[in-house]
Design a protein around this ligand. Structure first.
Ligand code: ADP
Ligand code: MG
Length: 253
């Protein structure tokens, strides 16, 4: 398993500095959280990891590979999957089909063999179905298996998006504000699933949120971002006592 590292990453858009010289390391199997107010640069970090943005300066590495210049599909292939702050699912497809897309990509059979529908394809079809069904059970969305995404409550859609990322069987899972827009009960459900994905599946998780509460309960390590800069890093119990963090969050000082 590999560590994910940022070395002095700066990301600029014209005159805006979204990330300013940010460094951190997420060790394998850690549940690492990145928190910070809206506009702090959290999603930009995910976009630099997943090949959507290219850092203006600095390096992003995963194990021995420098992943800074890779395309999103290449990053996914290395074992890094993500969810988006605004859900990105195929809305006119069922839950099962959305998750199957991830599973097929993981099994990775070529377009020609699927066209010919060979024995090998049939076998992967069954394997993909098995992976998808396991994930559906795990996320407790069995009753929505054949529902169209559009028809589902927001909290369930969020779970499906996590399911699609899990179907890729990633080593690292990036979750961008998985509890945004949820009520307390849905937030508790999501927190429980995140803990289970971490503990039972043994995944490395990077969790981004602007709300400290859930994150502080479940993260092992926390980095605080403010205006694109790393303000603090440490265990949750250290972070909540940090005066710089308190000032940034409460707008004092
Ligand atoms: N594609 C882009 N073009 C211009 N500015 C951007 C772009 N993406 C992000 N930014 C800017 O970078 C800063 C950080 O944004 P973002 O990473 O989305 O913050 P967060 O996820 O913490 O709310 C913001 O000022 C935002 O407007
Ligand atoms: Mg964001």
């Amino acid at each position: 398993m590999s560590s994910l590292k940022f070395d002095n990453v700066t990301l600029k858009f014209g005159g805006i500095t979204a990330l300013n010289n940010v460094s951190f390391e997420v060790k394998p199997k850690t549940l690492y959280a990145i928190i910070g107010p809206n506009g702090a640069g959290k999603t930009s970090i995910f976009n630099c990891i997943s090949g959507i943005y290219r850092p203006t300066e600095g390096d992003v590495s995963f194990g021995d590979s420098n992943i800074k210049d890779l395309r999103p599909d290449q990053v996914a292939e290395l074992g890094i999957a993500r969810t988006f702050q605004n859900i990105e699912l195929f809305e006119n497809m069922t839950v099962l089909d959305n998750i199957l897309i991830g599973a097929h990509r993981h099994l990775n059979y070529g377009p020609i063999s699927s066209l010919l529908y060979t024995k090998k394809t049939r076998k992967s079809e069954l394997a993909a179905r098995k992976i998808a069904e396991e994930i559906i059970d795990f996320l407790e969305i069995e009753q929505f298996r054949y529902s169209y995404i559009l028809s589902l409550p927001y909290g369930v859609q969020k779970r499906v998006e996590i399911g699609r990322a899990l179907a890729l069987n990633p080593e690292v899972l990036l979750l961008d504000e998985p509890a945004a827009g949820m009520n307390n009960e849905e937030t508790e459900d999501i927190a429980r699933f995140i803990i289970d994905i971490h503990e039972e599946m043994g995944k490395t998780i990077i969790l981004v949120d602007h709300d400290m509460n859930m994150v502080m309960d479940i993260a092992e390590e926390v980095m605080v971002l403010n205006f694109g800069e790393k303000l603090a890093e440490g265990r949750p119990e250290e972070i909540v006592k940090d005066s710089k963090v308190i000032d940034a969050y409460l707008g004092v000082g």
